[in-house]
Design a protein. Structure first.
Length: 276
């Protein structure tokens, strides 16, 4: 028999957002682990905020929001705050009720900067890793290291000569985004730097790849269970992958045990991803 759509909505409901999440959903386990780690960071959060004034977005919700953005590839804070209005899974994960208002995207971004300033993201990562260590899921025997490039939030147009003087002349077209022709110019990290992100470096992942302003993202994986045990972001200077690997492995190795490390051939060659 054909079903008929209801024209009148239900006035009252006794169901919560969690009732709509399946019992076997993988986010349930992630939420349990995240809540335990965040509870351990509560004293740190108390030191970050003043005891007076208007309450801000709870830092626990900010950190778990970043997890959701990564898990579901939400490309911006504005889009995430929009989805939070109607996504019951997101609301349940953040311990929000049906009546709670969504975050304002500009306030969300400003409060996230506070977390970066106090290095809370790394403390959160270490708290989760401690849970894995307590459960016996990590070892100090076998590791793998690898690195990649993450593109900086800076345009190639901002990559200007270091000794360039300010040019007060009006651009011929768009004042905010003028046309720039780099053809025939020799550009490199020794002579040029980004005016908007000076720490970014012009780099490419390999031969034949385009050069972009980027940073070097490096990780150490524990091979026994495939868990990420350390992460470091460094300037992409051509030596970052090896330097980061040595730094992270020094902090992980045990004095009483030998460890093996796997890496690709790039760790034994001369720097190939730096642009001269």
């Amino acid at each position: 028999m054909r079903g008929r759509s209801k024209q009148q909505t239900t006035l009252f409901s006794l169901r919560t957002p969690g009732d709509r999440v399946p019992a076997g959903h993988p986010l349930r386990r992630v939420k349990d682990m995240a809540d335990v780690a965040l509870a351990a960071l509560s004293p740190t959060f108390d030191e970050m905020y003043s005891g007076t004034g208007r309450p801000s977005i709870p830092p626990e919700q900010l950190l778990k929001s970043c997890l959701l953005m990564a898990f579901y590839s939400v490309r911006s804070e504005r889009l995430f705050c929009e989805q939070l209005d109607y996504n019951l899974l997101f609301r349940w994960f953040l311990d929000m009720g049906m009546e709670d208002a969504s975050f304002d995207h500009s306030t969300f971004s400003q409060n996230r900067d506070r977390l970066l300033e106090h290095d809370v993201a790394r403390r959160f990562f270490l708290a989760v890793m401690n849970q894995a260590q307590s459960a016996g899921l990590t070892s100090n025997e076998h590791f793998s290291v690898d690195g990649s490039l993450i593109e900086a939030w800076a345009s190639l147009k901002s990559f200007r000569p270091k000794d360039e003087k300010d040019d007060k002349r009006e651009p011929p077209d768009d004042k905010g985004n003028p046309t720039v022709n780099f053809h025939g110019q020799k550009r490199g990290n020794t002579t040029h730097a980004s005016t908007t992100d000076p720490e970014a470096r012009l780099a490419r992942k390999g031969d034949g790849k385009e050069a972009r302003l980027a940073y070097s993202l490096n990780g150490v994986m524990e091979n026994r269970n495939g868990l990420l045990v350390d992460l470091a972001v460094m300037p992409a200077d051509g030596f970052a992958e090896r330097d980061a690997a040595v730094m992270m492995l020094e902090g992980l190795k045990s004095r009483n045990e030998r460890s093996s490390v796997g890496a690709d051939k790039g760790y034994g060659n001369r720097p190939a991803n730096d642009v001269p």
